[in-house]
Design a protein around this ligand. Structure first.
Ligand SMILES: *Cc1c(COP(=O)(O)O)cnc(C)c1O
Length: 345
């Protein structure tokens, strides 16, 4: 396999830092299922406080956060409204249908986002025996498929208004919520305010090896705990991994702005290249189209890796590059130059 010198395929590709590993080594632990693990408890308290929610729950993955939230909010046959690019639609192996028995009504939004009117137009008549019942609206903050776009709070507030009036719960897939916080002038709690449930991923831009934390009110988290147990997500001395999360919340949040600056730098280097069309960059995701180069996306990704040691990902001709704490500004410059050389040849 080609040596990957510059890893831009995902923010999941980070390795825990020395300091993070030391925090994990030193973690105080006990039985998490009994709610006695002090480090896991601390991580949950920190997350609940960050979001201004009553309680939080440590889970192995973001996917399990979404699945459990859907299980708590929906009954079998209920309907979920979200954008067609959403992670729950495309990357969770049909979990909402397979596990929760919920169906999804996707919206063809703009940059992964939709409007309150879109939700209103899709609402099912209440009590109609023929129609599934609309139960949940899901917002992905930031939107991955939408190019790392940040949902403005006013748009979310309008959707929450419709949801409240019509008895829908609001759930945030917050895999990259702290990137949205870093890119906006609002606090995490201001972002969280409109949601009955939301979570953050520790294993993306925060640089942890594993984990996600789900937050909501006490009743929601109590129900979530039951599902966590049923699905086999209850752990034992989980403080060893929760310690990475505590460390990340203390040390890796402010620096997300550096990733965003690096993403903008990469975009500006690509912008001048003939045959490449760059999408607007709002956070740490850089999407660009290579159709004009006379190469397929697959060829582009393969050549960039084989000839330059730079790894990116893509769907068709739409390429994704992701900045994170294991790539430096100098490496971003190098990656930009590698693409210039590749496209000049
Ligand atoms: C990564 C991701 C998830 C799933 O998180 P995992 O921790 O990988 O299970 C969900 N939603 C979005 C938007 C993601 O990027």
């Amino acid at each position: 396999m080609t040596d990957v010198r510059i890893e831009l395929s995902s923010d999941t590709q980070t390795r825990p830092s020395e300091a993070m590993r030391r925090a994990m080594y030193a973690a105080e632990v006990a039985d998490e299922q009994k709610e006695e693990d002090p480090t896991t408890n601390r991580l949950q308290e920190m997350t609940a406080e960050l979001f201004g929610k009553e309680a939080a729950l440590f889970l192995p993955t973001g996917t399990m956060c979404n699945t459990i939230s859907i299980l708590v909010h929906c009954r079998m046959g209920d309907e979920i409204i979200c954008d067609r690019t959403a992670h729950i639609v495309n990357y969770e192996a049909g979990g909402p249908a397979a596990i929760a028995g919920a169906s999804i009504r996707p919206i063809n939004g703009n940059r992964g986002q939709f409007e309150a009117e879109d939700v209103r137009a899709l609402l099912r008549p209440k009590g109609d025996r023929h129609a599934p019942q609309s139960r949940l609206a899901v917002i992905e903050q930031t939107s991955n498929g939408g190019g790392g776009s940040v949902w403005p709070l006013a748009r979310i507030a309008a959707i929450a208004d419709v949801a409240k009036t019509h008895g829908l719960a609001m759930h945030m897939d917050g895999a990259r919520i702290l990137n949205a916080v870093a890119a906006s002038n609002q606090t995490a709690a201001a972002h969280a305010e409109f949601f009955d449930s939301l979570w953050l991923d520790l294993s993306k831009g925060l640089g942890c090896p594993v984990g996600a934390v789900l937050a909501g009110d006490r009743d929601f988290i109590q129900e979530a705990w039951r599902w966590k147990h049923r699905l086999g997500g209850a752990m034992r001395q989980s403080g060893v991994i929760a310690a990475a999360g505590v460390h990340a919340l203390e040390h890796h949040v402010e620096r997300l702005a550096d990733d965003h600056a690096n993403a903008r730098l990469l975009a500006s280097m690509l912008d001048g290249i003939d045959g490449i069309t760059v999408e607007p960059v709002e956070t740490n995701l850089v999407f660009f189209d290579v159709s004009g180069l006379g190469l397929t996306g697959t060829e582009f990704v393969e050549r960039l890796l084989d000839e330059h040691g730079v790894r990116m990902g893509g769907h068709g001709n739409r390429i994704r590059a992701v900045t994170h704490l294991d790539v430096s500004r100098a490496q971003i410059e190098e990656a930009g130059q590698a693409i210039r050389r590749l496209t000049a040849a």
